[in-house]
Design a binder for this molecule. Structure first.
Ligand SMILES: [Zn+2]
Length: 448
């Protein structure tokens, strides 16, 4: 992995001009490439020049319904972006999603040298064709409402504008870019290892991953850590008997007391884990339990004077790192196994999105991004509180790359609601920050 930190220091604002002069002198003779400051100016100009076209493209993409289950709509968004990426000289490929019951994914690769960078976005939205929220509506010069305008067709447009600006400044070939636009981020297909196989494989090849989600909607923050999302279910059995026999040697505690013990054990042993949350969302118990796990609903029947035979609980578990997840699971399994007399319990943990842990690499990448932002006059960028950052596609690659950063997309409010509103001013500022970051990453790589 390249030492990016030393290169990042070269570009602190005071030394920016000096550095470019030094680089110019060192290169000597006719410069094969322009000085970094000049290139960064070209990047900024290219993004400014396309401001209106970028918003037009956003409006066009938002007007195509691409709810995760509207497979034709997701494909149409993919086709539209395919033509944009092809025009930029990238080689594109559509991954069919039939095996995981979704539309599929668009993958694009550039020919180049330099660091291997994975850019991540998604084509789908939470708004299916039956939603009342279907079209792009410009509210004023700086704001527009629309399904997926912020989450994350805006981010996808920024990703494209970044590539276009790097191409305009003739530095796109100094990066080995892979773009993965998934078609089922909001409602991912199953099994997950099939639905995310291509993304995970792209992560294995990449040095750096950038996600263009909207983060927490605040341009002063980006995401270095995301909590994962794991579901669990608990099935408890007891010995049915008249209530007068509870706690006897033959009958024991019954399924409901045992369930209460287990849940209280989770709370007692894990409540102090920093930023770990675990929540039992639904519970059913009694003599008969009919629980539909897919629908997360069911019915229970029991009598006051009968010791409960069955109990079912379903909940989630969100950790900030893989280590924390593994530790929490081990504790939950141990608590579950310490059965009261006459009971037994099985805890099943269904892994969903893995956590993206804070790493030194991620923090270093955020520092570079923040520096780029300051040099562009947009102020520093700090890390989002991981409690406010849910699971996202970057989580599938974050543990395999040296550095990962998310939340680089279009900012706004009301994501996943019919009030979803984009702050259009952040379209060019976010594109500039990410493009300058990528350019500096290519320089850092070249100097080693
Ligand atoms: Zn999203």
């Amino acid at each position: 992995m390249v030492n990016l930190y030393s290169s990042f220091q070269l570009f602190s604002s005071e030394s920016l001009i000096l550095t470019s002069i030094v680089v110019g002198i060192l290169l000597a003779g006719p410069l094969s490439a322009a000085e970094p400051v000049t290139i960064e100016h070209r990047i900024v100009e290219a993004i400014d020049a396309r401001h209106d076209e970028a918003i037009e493209l956003l409006a066009e993409l938002v007007d195509i319904n691409s709810g995760s289950l509207n497979l034709a709509g997701v494909r149409r968004v993919g086709e539209r972006l395919d033509s944009e990426l092809t025009e930029l000289g990238l080689t594109t490929k559509w991954i069919e999603g039939a095996s995981f019951e979704r539309a599929g994914h668009l993958i694009a690769r550039s020919e180049g040298r330099g660091p291997k960078v994975l850019l991540i976005g998604h084509l789908d939205t939470v708004f299916e064709p039956d939603s009342p929220f279907q079209s792009f509506e410009r509210l004023d010069a700086d704001h527009a409402k629309g399904p997926g305008a912020v989450d994350m067709k805006g981010g996808v447009v920024i990703l494209l504008e970044v590539l276009r600006a790097l191409a305009a400044a003739s530095v796109l070939e100094d990066l080995q870019i892979t773009v993965v636009l998934t078609g089922d981020e909001e409602l991912s297909g199953r099994p997950l290892d099939l639905a995310r196989g291509n993304l995970i494989a792209a992560g294995h090849e990449a040095d750096i991953a950038l996600g263009f989600e909207d983060g927490d909607g605040d341009p002063e923050t980006a995401v270095v850590a995301r909590r994962g999302s794991t579901n669990w279910s608990l099935e408890v059995r007891g010995i049915p008997a008249h209530s007068s026999q509870i706690f006897t040697e033959e009958v024991g505690a019954g399924a409901i007391y045992e369930t209460a013990r287990i849940l209280e054990g989770f709370r007692r042993e894990l409540a102090d884990e920093e930023d770990l949350t675990f929540n039992p969302g639904v519970i059913l118990g009694g003599t008969e339990v009919d629980f539909d796990h897919d629908q997360a609903r069911g019915t229970g029947f029991g009598k006051d004077n009968v010791v409960a035979e069955f109990a079912s609980v379903r909940g989630d578990l969100r950790a900030t790192s893989l280590e924390q997840l593994v530790r929490a699971e081990a504790i939950m399994q141990r608590v579950t196994s310490e059965s009261l007399p006459g009971t037994s319990a099985v805890l099943t943990i269904d892994h969903g999105y893995p956590p993206m842990g804070v790493t030194e690499g991620n923090s270093r990448l955020l520092a570079m991004y923040s520096q780029a932002s300051e040099d562009l006059g947009f102020g520093p960028v700090t890390a989002v509180d991981p409690r406010r950052a849910g699971a996202a596609d970057i989580s599938f690659v974050a543990n395999d790359v040296s550095m990962a950063l998310d939340g680089l997309g279009l900012m706004g409010t009301g994501g996943h609601t019919v009030e979803e509103t984009a702050d259009l001013r952040t379209l060019s500022s976010q594109a500039k920050r990410a493009a300058v970051l990528l350019y500096r990453l290519s320089l850092a790589h070249a100097s080693h």
